[in-house]
Design a protein around this ligand. Structure first.
Ligand code: NAP
Length: 521
């Protein structure tokens, strides 16, 4: 069951999100500590008007136990004293909310007061007793004690939420679900944070009472939360319990390498798991692709060997650094100086670069490369991959970069011209390729002025979110042919799957799934 937390700042936004969420969510949670205007009566009435089946949770969290995903607390909440918070929960009961959430830390007297208030009002409103740790995940023994303290009040649901410092912390929270099951107590148990995504993805299949999912990315009530679209995709992908990532990873046998991972930092917003898992499923391969937010790259590569992980994608900021931990690096990747793909062949790790061919295949769909000139903005990993591929196919690269020194070093290595960004107006070429992150969601910026785009027949942006960046919009207005980074993303991902599995991946499905996700925000 999916619960959308309503965290909007204003009454207007909150009512809008309530009305939209009630059309598809099983629960909404009114985070009265985060909404700064409007009142409970209006919010509950709006929810009931939209859906008679949606369950309503009312929460007014203490500042010390709330993680509003990087948002400052509204003044109104900070000003509320404990009596006002209790009054708000009582009002929720009077208004017929389905659940009120009280922190264990509020103490026995207050919990009992709210419980008996609910009973006096017919007991329709059930109680959730919650514990939040914003700093870490305590050991399982300690969490079991906290769980038992909550369960002693005989609430409808116990909620225990911690912060993942390591990937293993997810296992603690998943084990707590199993413990609650033994105690016949409904539980919501998960980890927050970039490293806590595994618990959010797997917990529903182990019997977690509900999953929190944000209406949209900016509406996260805690870091690491998936969007509703993301959570639904996970439910769909793993509805067959035998393909659960936890089970698959943990049961990986030495002689039989399984599973694929993404090594990067941050990885929370990566669309690679969505694309690869959909493709693996379609290919009939009962393996999974999981994103790991890595702090210790050397340790992560060692872990890959130890767990016999079949393959990995490597992303920012490790594409160069990872090379020193591998046994072999393919010739093209060596020349480019970056690896974005690893194959584990019986413990021997080989690095490849599929960004290069992914970009070339995408360009070739739009125009021939041989004898054409390509201005590449940027001098980082993707620029190097683009230039290498263009030269290999008989094209002529020209480097344009913000930092002169980096641009000059690359152009000397490639034996091609270099211009500073300020000089870009002087160049005329067949195609312009942006390999900088300028224009990536949520920015609406272009790395160059619109007028210079007149000098090109074709403009490609390696960015795929948004699909049409400011650069591409400007280029289209200047009459250029435009190429989004989405096809490159699909191509580089499909090439990875080909390297790992030896099979042809379903490119059309991969693109469709990404388009749907990008359209849903
Ligand atoms: P990188 O190695 O860090 O290089 C980034 C380049 O962008 C550098 O040359 C940097 O210039 C330049 N740059 C950064 N911010 C800038 C700004 N504000 N103004 C002007 N130039 C700026 O990164 P990367 O690995 O090449 O990745 C670059 C982009 O490609 C990312 O957005 C990534 O998501 C995207 N990408 C897409 C795909 C795909 O499949 N579609 C695949 C790979 C990468 P300086 O040298 O001056 O720092």
């Amino acid at each position: 069951m999916i619960c959308v937390p309503i965290t909007a700042r204003t009454k207007k936004e909150a009512l809008h999100t309530i009305e939209r969420s009630c059309q598809f969510a099983d629960f909404i949670e009114l985070r009265m500590d985060l909404i700064d205007s409007g009142n409970l009566d209006e919010f509950i009435s709006a929810a009931r008007k939209t859906s008679d089946s949606v369950k309503i949770i009312v929460t007014c969290r203490k500042k010390e136990e709330a993680a509003p995903a990087g948002r400052a607390f509204p003044a109104k909440n900070a000003a509320r004293n404990i009596e006002e918070k209790i009054a708000l929960l009582k009002e929720a009961i009077e208004l017929g909310a389905d659940f009120v959430d009280i922190e264990l830390a509020k103490g026995r007297a207050i919990i009992k007061e709210i419980q008996s208030f609910s009973e006096k009002h017919g007991g329709k409103t059930k109680i959730i007793i919650s514990y939040h740790n914003l700093k870490e995940t305590p050991p399982l023994t300690e969490l079991k004690k906290i769980f038992r303290k909550c369960a002693r009040f005989k609430p409808a649901v116990v909620k225990v939420v911690t912060t993942a410092k390591t990937i293993e912390d997810n296992l603690i929270m998943l084990n707590l679900i199993a413990y609650a099951k033994e105690c016949s107590q409904k539980i919501i148990s998960l980890c927050m944070g970039d490293k806590g995504g595994i618990s959010r993805a797997i917990a529903p299949f182990l019997g977690n009472y509900l999953s929190f999912a944000a209406f949209k990315q900016e509406g996260q009530s805690a870091p690491g939360q998936f969007t509703v679209g993301g959570m639904k995709q996970i439910n769909e992908l793993f509805k067959d319990k035998e393909t659960l990532p936890s089970m698959a990873v943990l049961s990986a046998k030495k002689s039989q390498p399984r599973n694929y991972v993404l090594l990067g930092n941050p990885v929370g917003k990566s669309l690679s798991p969505l694309m690869h898992n959909a493709a693996l499923k379609k290919m009939g391969i009962e393996e999974n692709y999981i994103a790991f937010c890595v702090n210790d790259l050397r340790g992560a590569v060692q872990g890959m060997r130890a767990m016999n992980i079949r393959g990995a994608s490597v992303t920012i900021p490790f594409k160069v650094a990872v090379m020193e931990y591998l046994d072999d690096v393919d010739d093209d990747a060596l020349k480019i100086g970056a690896v974005n793909t690893i194959i584990n062949n019986k413990g021997r790790l080989t690095g490849y670069n599929t960004d290069c061919l992914g970009l070339i295949l995408t360009l070739q769909e739009a125009m021939p490369i041989k004898n054409n000139t390509f201005v590449i903005i940027g001098a980082g990993g993707t620029a190097r991959a683009a230039a290498h591929g263009i030269i290999k196919e008989g094209g002529i690269p020209v480097i344009v970069n913000r930092t002169l020194e980096k641009g000059e070093i690359l152009s000397r290595k490639l034996n091609c011209p270099f211009y500073s960004i300020a000089e870009i107006g002087k160049i005329k070429a067949d195609c312009l390729v942006n390999t900088t992150p300028v224009g990536m969601y949520p920015e609406d910026k272009s790395p160059v002025k619109a007028a210079v785009l007149n000098n090109y027949k074709c403009v490609m942006d390696v960015i795929y979110n948004p699909l049409k960046t400011r650069l591409l919009k400007d280029a289209e207005e200047q009459g250029c042919r435009i190429i989004s980074g989405l096809d490159m993303f699909v191509n580089q991902g499909a090439l990875q799957l080909q390297l790992w599995t030896g099979k042809e991946p379903p490119r059309a499905l991969m693109k469709k799934i990404l388009l749907e996700r990008l359209a849903s925000g």
